[in-house]
Design a protein around this ligand. Structure first.
Ligand SMILES: [Zn+2]
Length: 435
């Protein structure tokens, strides 16, 4: 499964952060957790097809968490969807959607399957299929709010292909029944026990979505042993009182839940608009639970950590701004993009731009050779400086941390001839073509 944060803001969107929504991609289907304003556009940017949405889970009725819902339903109708859509949320979601459709006189040609959760439940399985189930539990917020856990059921073990060959098993049905744990009798009367040829069952992946809430035991229960816990960290520790007052978590609270639940990876999101430097929150969360990542909009995260190859590798297109190109003029950036054949939808393009300029720039740039540049402090410092040199304050929002830099040091660097080649990053993660 792949988790794609679509909106990581809380309450109010900022210039660079959208309202809450997280997509979970699983075998061609998309499960949407919350649907803030702009979710459907963010899906497009992420390369997720809206027609592939299977279910939408709404946590609670704060407007920022469902303000994109009607727009999305309307789009699905315009796309002539026929497949049923599951809409899961606290009691009242049916009334809300139907009232809206009625108000605007829209007739929906596909079935809406509402699953409403009452306030007095302790736990409820809101979806249950052969392959996975989704569990909801109430959290502790100012109003009734649900957390969700998406759990794949254990998968049967893999069939040993060599052994199957030896026994001469070729038919799909035989494989299926062996995988289902049944013994197989061959034509010559030989009985093959399932365990001889099928490996151990493989545990299913899991994902918990916990927002908006103060610390509460139900959050831990939802997140127990998950591959990924997406937890809100609206505030830093300094504003713990404010978090309590508004029914939210601090980065430390998120880390506490992750620790108690023994989740494999904590991803924090739902950031208050007051934080331009999210690394502050990351630092605080990591003090309590080290395997923590900041949610980045559109940056997909595999639930199976083996796909992540350790620390996230930023894939940044670096374009030389100062170096004049023969025909480039001021449009270097666009030039480089179009050379790579990626004038639109470049996020989906798997290839790096073919521009030679890009390659040579990259190879010269030792500061980027380390994968850990995002979180590694020394490389990070270097990057921060470079960004600032290009763009004045505009990258401060993304990277923050600039306060740490000493001005004289910066000027020294500024004069450094090495830095004559300015660079500008595109999105942090600009290279995925997985959907
Ligand atoms: Zn919220």
């Amino acid at each position: 499964m792949i988790v794609v944060p679509l909106g990581i803001a809380s309450a109010t969107p900022t210039a660079i952060r959208h309202l809450p929504s997280v997509a979970l991609w699983r075998e061609g289907s998309v499960f949407l957790f919350d649907c803030g304003e702009n979710s459907q556009m963010c899906m497009l940017q992420a390369g997720l097809k809206r027609s592939k949405i299977d279910s939408i889970f709404i946590t609670h009725f704060d407007v920022d968490h469902y303000s994109g819902l009607m727009g999305l339903i309307s789009t699905l109708q315009l796309q002539r969807r026929e497949k049923e859509l599951n809409l899961i949320g606290p009691k009242g979601i049916k009334k809300f959607v139907e009232w809206n459709l009625n108000f605007s006189g829209v007739e929906i040609n596909f079935d809406l399957n509402f699953i409403e959760v009452d306030e007095d439940i302790e736990e409820m399985r809101v979806l249950n299929t052969d392959d996975y189930y989704v569990e909801a539990r109430p959290l502790k917020h100012k109003k009734f709010c649900l957390g969700y856990r998406f759990q794949e059921k254990d998968k049967p073990g893999k069939v040993d292909a060599n052994k199957a060959d030896q026994y001469g098993i070729t038919e799909d049905e035989h494989f299926k029944s062996l995988k289902a744990g049944k013994n197989l009798t061959l034509d010559d009367g030989t009985v093959i026990e399932s365990y001889e040829i099928v490996g151990h069952p493989r545990p299913g992946d899991s994902f918990a979505y916990v927002t908006d809430t103060e610390y509460c035991p139900n959050a831990v229960k939802l997140a127990v042993n998950t591959n990924i816990l997406y937890h809100e960290a609206t505030f830093g520790n300094q504003l713990a009182d404010k978090a309590k007052e508004t029914g939210h978590s601090t980065a430390r609270d998120a880390a506490r839940v992750a620790t108690e639940a023994q989740t494999k990876l904590l991803v924090i999101g739902h950031f208050s608009a007051r934080y331009t430097n999210l690394h502050l929150l990351l630092k605080e969360a990591r003090e309590g639970f080290y395997p923590t990542w900041l949610a980045q909009e559109l940056r997909p995260i595999f639930t199976d950590p083996s796909h992540e190859r350790g620390v996230v590798e930023p894939k940044v297109d670096l374009i030389d701004l100062t170096k004049k190109k023969p025909h480039g003029g001021g449009g270097n950036y666009r030039d480089a993009r179009s050379k790579g054949g990626r004038s639109t939808g470049s996020r989906h393009g798997g290839n790096r731009p073919g521009s030679k300029n890009f390659r040579s720039r990259k190879s010269k740039d030792s500061a980027y050779s380390g994968n850990r540049a995002r979180y590694g402090s020394s490389n990070y410092e270097d990057r921060g400086d470079r960004y600032r040199k290009n763009d004045g304050g505009s990258y401060r929002n993304n990277n923050g941390g600039n306060r740490d830099y000493d001005n004289s040091d910066r000027n020294k660097r500024y004069d450094n001839s090495k830095l004559n080649n300015s660079i500008t990053p595109r999105t942090g993660y600009d290279d995925f073509n997985r959907f």
